[in-house]
Design a protein around this ligand. Structure first.
Ligand code: ADP
Ligand code: MG
Length: 258
């Protein structure tokens, strides 16, 4: 049995009178790619925001590698090996690719008051990483993020997660606004993540994309996990759509016809 990397137990999140998460239990194992599906408003983003420190849960416990943790900030999440890549990655458009890769974790050279960021080291690592994430165009690491395409920006965000050896990389709708080739690049990364020693949680609108790359599918509906062990190799997209909506195939067809 693979090691349990993350266990979220009985997680609840209330926004005033809206219960966004209602007793969610969710696990991710080492080297596992989990697809998280559900209709708009099902609670997917809220669940991963709890794990990435962006939102504090109202109740429940989080365990990382069996140890109970408090994740009160993004920094806490990163310390626990969790990196999150959103639709619009939190990159600083004015700063270079190299600076963005190291944001807050810049290598330093020199001692005491004479210390400064090791620019050359950052640029060398940036060049290697860009190659690893499939940017074959020769983009200098000094290029500001603002002049990159959406797909190239996502590649930089992914490169950052890879460089800092995150155990878990969370991608929340990372392919929105991307072109076809760029989307394929992100999908290729997710598919190969386990070979580079990462686990992933992958959220995407396109169920077909999720089917292509994940080991296991978890479905949420109205703040609850309604299925947590769907094997994409032994089921169909339409069966999973039934689980997502809670409607039978006939009901779904009727809903589409109207
Ligand atoms: N900051 C917030 N304040 C109030 N309600 C929120 C907030 N964030 C999410 N919600 C509500 O929580 C529920 C789950 O939202 P979300 O996690 O974004 O769903 P999903 O990512 O599956 O589309 C929705 O009803 C949404 O309106
Ligand atoms: Mg969402």
């Amino acid at each position: 049995m693979a090691e349990e990397l993350v266990r979220m137990d009985n997680i609840t999140k209330d926004y005033g009178r809206v219960r966004a998460l209602d007793g969610v239990t969710f696990r991710v194992y080492r080297n596992e790619i989990v697809g998280l599906l559900g209709d708009n408003g099902a609670g997917k983003s809220t669940l991963i925001k709890v794990l990435s420190g962006a939102v504090q849960p109202t109740g429940g416990d989080i365990f990382i590698k069996g140890r109970k943790v408090e994740i009160k900030s993004t920094t806490d999440a990163i310390t626990n090996g969790i990196e999150t890549i959103y639709q619009d990655s939190a990159l600083v458009t004015q700063l270079s690719i190299a600076r963005n890769l190291f944001l807050g974790r810049e290598p330093i050279k020199g001692a005491g008051i004479f210390n400064r960021m090791d620019q050359a080291a950052m640029e060398q690592v940036a060049r290697d990483l860009l190659k690893r994430v499939g940017i074959t165009k020769n983009i200098p690491p000094t290029t500001p993020i603002g002049s990159l395409s959406g797909g190239e920006r996502q590649a930089v965000a992914i490169a950052r997660a890879m460089h800092f050896h995150s155990d878990l990389i969370i991608l929340d709708e990372p392919t929105n606004n991307l072109g076809v080739a760029e989307t394929q690049g992100v999908l290729r990364f997710v598919r190969n993540a386990r070979d580079t020693g990462h686990s992933c949680i992958f959220i995407a609108h396109n169920i077909h994309h999720v089917f292509q790359v994940v080991d296991r599918i978890v479905v949420m509906r109205q703040g609850k996990v309604v299925a947590d062990d769907i094997d994409p190799k032994t089921t169909t997209v339409s069966k999973v759509e039934e689980v997502i909506t809670g409607m039978s195939e006939e009901e779904l067809r009727a809903a589409v016809d109207h």
